[in-house]
Ligand binder design. Structure first.
Ligand SMILES: C[S@@+](CC[C@H](N)C(=O)[O-])C[C@H]1O[C@@H](n2cnc3c(N)ncnc32)[C@H](O)[C@@H]1O
Length: 235
C-alpha cells in the first residue's frame, strides 16, 4: 500500500489532527487521480503540506498548497527541504477569498479543513466550483457527525469542541450544503472507513492537542463522530 512510504510523517511535527494521510489515501483509493506535472491540483487548507506532498507524488500533478494559519515562507522552506519546490507551490490565502484564474485546477483536495470555512449554503458553487476545470474532481474529508446524530453537534460535542462544535455536521448536511448546480454532474458524501486508524495514529503522536482529544475520545468522539468523505464531479 502506498501510504507505507509516508510513515516518517506520522508524528507531532507534521500532523495537525487525525492522520490526514490516511484520510487522503482513502479518498484517492476510492477516486484515483493520475496526472502529469502540467496538471494542477489545489490543496485547500493544506496545513504543513504533507497532504500536498502525498498528492503531488501519488497523482503526478503540481500542487498549489493553500493555507491560512501556516505561512507561505514556512511551507516553502519545508517543500525545499523535501526537494519538491518545483511541484509544490505554497499559497497563503483565505479560502473565503481566493483569486486564482477560473478553471485553473484539474482537481481539488481538502483534508480536515473545509468545515472551518465552507458550511454556508451556496459557498461551494460561488467560491470553489469556478476554479475547477470542466470534468474536474473535488475530494474532501472533514470530521463530522455520524448520520444518526445529524444536527446534534452542539448538544453533544460542546464539552470537547466548545464554540467550534457547530462545524461538525453529517454526510446528509454536507450533501445538501454542496448543493445542486448546472455545472455539477455528481455529488456523493459518506462516512469514511479510516476513522479508527486515523484517530489512533493521531493519539499516538503525543501532540499536546492529541492528549486533549484523548480525554474525550471514548465518551464523545468515538460514539458520535465520523469522518465525512465528499466527492464532487464537475460537468
Ligand atoms: C486541522 S488543520 C488541517 C491541515 C491539513 N489539511 C492536515 O490535514 O494536516 C486545518 C487547516 O485549515 C486551515 N484553514 C482554516 N480556515 C481556513 C481558511 N479560511 N482558509 C484557508 N485555510 C483555512 C488552517 O490554516 C489549518 O491549517
Amino acid at each position: 500500500m502506498r501510504i507505507d512510504a509516508y510513515k516518517e510523517f506520522f508524528k507531532a511535527e507534521y500532523m495537525m489532527g487525525p492522520n490526514c494521510l490516511r484520510l487522503l489515501d482513502e479518498l484517492l483509493s476510492t477516486y484515483p487521480l493520475q496526472f502529469t506535472a502540467e496538471n494542477r491540483i489545489l490543496d485547500l487548507g493544506c496545513g504543513k503540506g504533507v497532504t500536498s506532498l502525498f498528492t503531488a507524488k501519488e497523482t503526478g500533478a503540481t500542487v498549489y498548497a493553500n493555507d491560512l494559519w501556516i505561512s507561505e515562507e514556512e511551507n516553502r522552506a519545508r517543500f525545499k527541504a523535501w526537494g519538491m519546490e518545483d511541484r509544490l507551490i505554497p499559497v497563503h490565502k483565505d479560502a473565503r477569498d481566493l483569486h486564482f484564474e477560473k478553471e485553473m485546477f484539474d482537481a481539488l483536495i481538502s483534508i480536515d479543513a473545509y468545515h472551518y470555512f465552507a458550511g454556508a449554503e451556496g459557498f461551494f458553487a460561488e467560491n470553489i466550483l469556478p476554479f475547477i476545470k470542466k470534468g474536474g474532481t473535488v475530494l474532501i474529508a472533514v470530521p463530522g457527525m455520524k448520520t444518526e446524530f445529524d444536527g446534534r453537534s452542539e448538544e453533544l460535542l460542546t464539552p470537547w469542541l466548545r464554540d467550534e462544535a457547530y462545524m461538525f455536521q453529517s454526510p446528509v448536511f454536507w450533501k445538501r450544503i454542496l448543493g445542486e448546480h448546472p455545472d455539477i454532474e455528481e455529488v456523493r458524501t459518506w462516512e469514511m472507513d479510516s476513522f479508527d486508524i486515523a484517530w489512533q495514529e493521531w493519539l499516538g503522536t503525543a501532540h499536546e492537542y492529541a492528549l486533549g482529544d484523548l480525554a474525550h475520545f471514548d465518551s464523545l468522539i468515538k460514539p458520535y463522530t465520523c469522518f465525512v468523505g465528499m466527492m464532487v464531479k464537475k460537468r
